[in-house]
Design a protein around this ligand. Structure first.
Ligand code: AMP
Length: 284
């Protein structure tokens, strides 16, 4: 596997491959890789000739300094896992490589409200930073396809919007959420949970599954009450939000009774200071 640390090296390599008519798949990550990330690599490998995984913990998308500082990092293990998956290349840039000449200006683009709900409210500025770094990565890699997990569903919609508005020809591919056996959605942040927190964390996935099972019997308000109650039972959890939104792949709107079964439930919960998000499609 090729390991590139500068945009110049990576661009040189990719332009050679492009001349040989190779297609390029990009999987942007923040490292501390797990099976969720690897499912995107596997999909990219199936659908493109060259799979590039990027590993970069982007400071501008963290709205809390402590979250950034405590974000798990394990470069050598990440490289080992990517080699095992036979990923073609990994791009591990520094901040000076990504934000050239120290220019930390963020991309200014109208995200048509998708950035103003859920994570957009709880993590102000997060999507501005995220969309900026994805835009920069797309400019460097010019991928034919880029792979994103439905785990970060709002992010997926925002990236689709950005790609369209900025004129990229890249196809944005959304991939299903990979879960642990006990239903906990895989996340790099799970590594920060202690043993006790790890044991109770699957409640998040379990509650979402129950919501899906009961969506046709209960009203949205009753579903919300149920979820609130579930997390109130254990003071170690702090429920940030539980909401049901529908989307047409472009905009997100709060669901109403009439369309709740065609919607998606979104949840954010903190355990100590570790914030976990998850979502589930309510379509049967
Ligand atoms: P991150 O490293 O958390 O920024 O994630 C990098 C990419 O992996 C994003 O597109 C995420 O949505 C995706 N991802 C993270 N966790 C999962 C998961 N459990 N299942 C599927 N995709 C995931």
């Amino acid at each position: 596997m090729f390991i590139f640390r500068t945009r110049k090296e990576l661009k040189n390599y990719l332009s050679q491959e492009r001349k040989r008519s190779k297609t390029i798949g990009l999987v942007p990550t923040m490292g501390a890789l797990h099976e969720g990330h690897l499912s995107l690599i596997k999909r990219a490998k199936q659908e493109t000739d060259i799979t590039v995984c990027s590993i970069y913990v982007n400071p501008t998308q963290f709205n809390e300094q402590s979250d950034l500082e405590q974000y798990p990092k394990n470069e050598s293990e990440d490289i080992r896992l990517l080699e095992q998956e036979q990923c073609t290349a990994v791009f591990i840039p520094t901040t000076t490589e990504v934000y050239e000449k120290g220019n930390m200006d963020l991309l200014s683009i109208d995200l048509e409200g998708v950035d103003k709900v859920l994570e957009g409210i709880s993590r102000p500025g997060h999507f501005d930073g995220m969309v900026t770094v994805v835009h920069k990565l797309f400019k460097i890699v010019e991928p034919d396809r880029a792979y994103f997990g439905e785990k970060d569903y709002q992010q997926l919609l925002i990236v689709k919007k950005m790609a369209k508005k900025m004129g990229f020809k890249t196809e944005i591919v959304g991939c299903p959420i990979v879960r642990e056996e006990d239903g906990l959605a895989m996340s790099s942040r799970n590594k920060r949970l202690n043993k006790e927190e790890r044991e109770i964390a699957p409640l998040i996935g379990k509650v979402l599954k129950e919501v899906k099972e009961q969506v046709s019997q209960l009203t949205i308000d009753a579903l919300k009450d149920k979820v609130t109650l579930e997390f109130e039972k254990d003071p170690r959890f702090k429920l940030d939000y539980f909401e049901i939104f529908s989307d047409n792949g472009n905009v997100m709107t709060l669901s109403e009774e009439g369309n709740k079964e065609r919607s998606r439930a979104f949840i954010a919960v903190s355990l100590r200071n570790i914030r976990l998000i998850d979502n589930i499609s309510l379509k049967s």
